[in-house]
Write a protein that binds this ligand. Structure first.
Ligand SMILES: CC(C)(COP(=O)(O)OP(=O)(O)OC[C@H]1O[C@@H](n2cnc3c(N)ncnc32)[C@H](O)[C@@H]1OP(=O)(O)O)[C@@H](O)C(=O)NCCC(=O)NCCS
Length: 170
């Protein structure tokens, strides 16, 4: 991507160090990070995580990108697609600052990312892996019209797998 634009948001490539500073609070928030496998990250850990996201984008041609609020030009979260580790299946992922929750931003970003993945990258099937207790993310999957598929074991966690098939191939 150079940029994906929605009504209220821009999804663009990472800009360091500014984006790391602007997202450090989110990566350090236990509530936002509750269902993220890494758990909370220090500012250094967050910068390293961003560096890995940039590397993955360069290697795979897609990745997780910062989501910027057009109004303030500041990142309010991240959203994108990545391979499910050890597979060639692709999942969509989202994580937003707590101060940004409750505005429909995650759904707006994820919808644009899914459109991009289908139309620009040419994927035909995208998954979301969601903890059963992560009600806010389950609600997003439903708003995106993703269908519950089955429970999958990832590491030591049982996750709900949701799937969306490219509209013209469904
Ligand atoms: C998952 C997460 C992104 C959800 O955030 P969210 O703000 O609830 O999700 P959305 O962007 O879809 O917003 C929906 C909410 O905004 C409200 N809303 C307000 N204005 C809106 C608008 N213009 N359009 C749509 N929804 C709007 C909706 O009513 C809904 O609120 P409700 O949950 O009280 O019904 C957030 O909880 C998060 O970052 N969690 C931690 C990370 C995480 O667990 N990631 C997933 C791992 S699988």
């Amino acid at each position: 991507v150079s940029c994906i634009e929605t009504e209220r948001l821009l999804i663009r490539t990472w800009r360091l160090p500014a984006d790391a500073d602007d997202t450090a609070e989110m990566f350090g928030d236990p509530e936002a990070m509750r269902f993220i496998p890494s758990g909370v990250l220090s500012p250094e850990g967050a910068a390293a995580a961003i560096a890995r996201m940039i590397e993955r984008y360069e290697a795979d041609g897609f990745g997780i990108w910062p989501v910027v609020l057009k109004e303030t030009k500041k990142p309010i979260g991240e959203c994108g697609i990545l391979y499910i580790p050890g597979t060639r299946d692709v999942q969509v992922a989202w994580l937003f600052k707590r101060s940004a929750w409750g505005n429909g931003f995650a759904t707006e970003a994820a919808r644009a990312v899914l459109d991009y993945a289908f139309s620009e990258i040419g994927l035909t099937r995208i998954y979301a892996l969601i903890d059963r207790e992560n009600r806010a993310s389950i609600a997003i999957a439903h708003r995106l019209c993703m269908a519950f598929d089955r429970i999958v074991r990832v590491g030591r966690r049982d996750l709900m797998r949701y799937v969306l098939t490219r509209p013209d191939t469904a």
